[in-house]
Design a protein around this ligand. Structure first.
Ligand code: HEM
Ligand SMILES: *[C@@H]1O[C@H](CO)[C@@H](O)[C@H](O)[C@H]1NC(C)=O
Ligand SMILES: *[C@@H]1O[C@H](CO)[C@@H](O)[C@H](O)[C@H]1NC(C)=O
Length: 320
């Protein structure tokens, strides 16, 4: 009898624990009552930042991606290191690379002012700023879902393990995306986030000197501003039009002109489904726009903290 009660009790505990962890859904209208001006405030700051420096749109898009791929979209990427943890900012994919923190701070300050309090999470700011960046630079204005809360911790090790490096093969890229609940189509579509922004010489040097699946003239031209040694931080657009959201990224892959090794892996990397999608999106830019929106929403839904989990940070760089 005692053991029956015991197992019933255990059942209740397990059930309620699993219910409280079944995450509440993100919604479009989360801020409609609590701060109706939150989204327009964010958009206006993103817009000014992009006018000042067009690359900022790319940088904000990438911050959201790097946030979501490490412990879910929980603002963890924004946390500075503390005595309690080493955060994500110094992990290989992030160090001397991710940027846009000052714009995020500016958004946070302004949104708190307009909302008369600390009600908008840093994780949501990243999701909204990424969407606005894409749309301002000519991409789709997809529906961004909100209601995320912020993590109280961040992990260097999780960032090191979960962010894909540019030397990955197709198989490695796909299993990385699958480990995040994303599929082959998401991999191809989201990689084309590289329609915006730039990369440092150090991230594509091996490709332009040693890869064989690269257009010879393209490689030679790139080598001028990316020597065998030195010039690590010299920048090159990830596609021909780094300040404009278009499908030039896919067209380049068809002729072996992907900048990163990981980009070119999507075409001719041994997977025919991926090859077909690259061809399809190079022909149908509007299909790419639509699918990019859907995959961004899917990525933005990865393990958010909701309800009473986590917190709403007062300063995006620090735990409350
Ligand atoms: C598929 C695996 C991916 C790999 C291996 C990868 C790798 C990289 C690398 C090496 C850079 C250059 C960083 C630097 O030189 O400092 C970069 C830049 C960038 N990535 Fe990715 N990336 C991937 C997927 C994505 C996704 C899914 C998105 C967004 C949806 C994205 C958005 C960007 C953007 C916008 C930039 C330019 C940032 C700027 O100019 O500040 N990437 N990526
Ligand atoms: C470290 O963790 C302790 C215990 O949770 C907390 O009291 C302290 O404020 C934290 N320190 C920092 C710098 O976050
Ligand atoms: C190219 O490959 C050779 C032989 O493996 C290696 O020594 C060299 O460092 C590589 N060059 C670059 C730029 O990665």
């Amino acid at each position: 009898m005692a053991s029956l009660i015991h197992s019933l009790l255990l059942c209740v505990i397990v059930l309620s624990a699993s219910l409280s962890h079944s995450h509440a859904q993100l919604t479009q209208d989360f801020y409609n009552n609590v701060c109706p001006k939150a989204l327009s405030t964010i958009k206006s700051i993103v817009s000014k930042a992009i006018k000042r420096e067009p690359r900022m749109g790319a940088s904000l898009l990438r911050l959201h991606f790097h946030d979501c791929f490490v412990n879910g979209c929980d603002g963890s990427v924004l946390l500075d290191d503390t005595t309690n943890f080493t955060g994500e900012k110094t992990a290989p994919a992030n160090a001397n690379s991710i940027r846009g923190f000052e714009v995020v701070d500016q958004i946070k300050t302004q949104v708190d002012r307009v909302c008369k309090g600390n009600v908008v999470s840093c994780a949501d700011i990243l999701a909204i700023a990424a969407r606005d960046s894409v749309s301002i630079l000519g991409g789709p204005k997809y529906k961004v879902l909100v209601g995320r809360r912020d993590a109280r911790t961040a992990s260097f090790d999780n960032a090191r393990r979960n962010l894909p490096p540019p030397f990955f093969s197709f198989t490695q890229l796909l299993s990385n995306f699958q480990s995040h609940g994303l599929d082959l189509k998401d991999l191809v579509v989201l990689s084309a986030g590289h329609t915006l922004g730039v990369a440092r010489c150090s991230t594509f040097r091996t490709r332009i000197y040693n890869d064989t699946n690269i257009d010879t003239k393209f490689a030679t031209t790139l080598q001028r501003n990316c020597p065998q040694s030195g010039g690590d931080d010299n920048l090159k657009g990830l596609d021909k039009t780094p300040n404009f959201f278009d499908n030039a990224y896919f067209k380049a892959l068809l002729t072996n002109k992907g900048l990163l090794h990981s980009d070119q892996e999507l075409f001719g990397g041994g997977n025919s489904d991926s090859d077909d999608l690259v061809k399809y999106y190079s022909r149908y830019p509007s299909a790419f726009r639509n699918d990019f929106g859907s995959s961004m929403i899917k990525m933005g839904n990865m393990n958010p903290l909701t309800g009473t989990d986590g917190e709403i940070r007062a300063n995006c760089r620090l735990v409350n």
